[in-house]
Design a protein around this ligand. Sequence first.
Ligand SMILES: [Zn+2]
Length: 73
Amino acid sequence: MFICKKCGKVDNFNLMFNPEYKGEKNIQKSIDKNGNIHITTDNYTFIPDINFMNKHAVCSYCGSIYCWGISDR
Ligand SMILES: [Zn+2]
């Protein structure tokens, strides 16, 4: 799980992408039984890491970008 360092919310289901993200916009998200986010885009599935988050993910609570840390919650 990732935590927004700006507002302190742990974002799991509501992950959004930076509008400047140049990749495929047809994105599906799911959560596995261990609580990890899986992102599927064009039949390619991956687990986003903190580096990916800080390049592409927008906090859906406060709208901040490049603001992610790791949460073990
Ligand atoms: Zn936030």
